[in-house]
Design a binder for this molecule. Structure first.
Ligand SMILES: C[S@@+](CC[C@H](N)C(=O)[O-])C[C@H]1O[C@@H](n2cnc3c(N)ncnc32)[C@H](O)[C@@H]1O
Length: 230
């Protein structure tokens, strides 16, 4: 498949990652939805802990607006819903251009793994409307193209979880990031699994203060966190 030409009909296979949680693999792109070192570990460390919980520490009780680029399997959404409570409520907006069929999502068996019914509720939530999955976790799954549709405004947390720059370079351009930074509030935090110097310098040039953090346990790679300082 040529770069920049993702097909909405790509096929998925299911693979079990090193921490026992499953992920999707797209043979046509030779790309996984999560780290093969541990999908659940990655979702918890990079997104829930280093972005959401980190930002939630300043402003306890405030309902944060979170934007995820790439809903995919909903795993990032679920690990976030699990920690959303009275002190850390969240409005979670997730963009997805190529929603995965629910029968495939079920086959990932995340409900067995997480054992809380939340994943089921997240998968069954309708697209393109805001629903309260719990009193502290509202979810808006949007069928939208991150590159061309208007982005939600006033965002406090960004989970930037696009396919890798080598696979989908158009998601990582200065133009695309400029649009994203424009909708971030002062104090907003963005994390991504990609620690490339090029990406770090690009985000810094757009005004984010960048940190390289340790990756999830079991993975060697660092990750990036950017903060739009007040
Ligand atoms: C690495 S996966 C995301 C994994 C996901 N966060 C999860 O927890 O399963 C990248 C996702 O970005 C989606 N995507 C690709 N191009 C997109 C676009 N232009 N706009 C919105 N989503 C896009 C893909 O369909 C895929 O679901």
């Amino acid at each position: 498949m040529e770069q920049g030409q993702l097909s909405c009909e790509f096929q998925h296979t299911i693979e079990v990652t090193d921490d026992g949680s499953a992920t999707l693999f797209v043979p046509a792109l030779n790309e996984h939805y999560h780290s093969v070192k541990g999908a659940l570990t990655e979702a918890g460390h990079i997104y829930r802990d280093c972005a959401f919980m980190h930002r939630a520490q300043s402003g306890v009780g405030e309902r944060l607006r979170l934007l995820e680029v790439g809903f995919g399997t909903g795993l990032n959404a679920c690990v976030t819903a699990m920690v959303a409570d009275e002190s850390h409520p969240v409005h979670y907006i997730s963009l997805e251009k190529y929603p995965v069929d629910n029968s495939i999502l079920k086959a990932l068996r995340y409900d067995n793994l997480l054992d809380n019914g939340l994943m089921h509720a997240i998968h069954e939530a309708p697209w393109d409307e805001a629903v309260s999955v719990t009193p502290y976790f509202t979810l808006e799954k949007k069928r939208a193209d991150y590159l061309s549709d208007p982005l939600p405004v006033s965002v406090d947390v960004v989970y930037f979880d696009a396919f890798a720059p080598e696979k989908q370079p158009e998601m990582w351009t200065p133009e695309a990031f400029r649009r994203l930074v424009e909708v971030m509030n002062a104090g907003a935090v963005l994390t991504t699994y990609c620690a490339k110097g090029e990406v770090r310098r690009l985000l810094a040039s757009l005004g984010l203060t960048m940190e390289r953090l340790s990756g999830p346990v079991g993975g060697k790679r660092e990750i990036l966190r950017g903060t739009l300082l007040l």
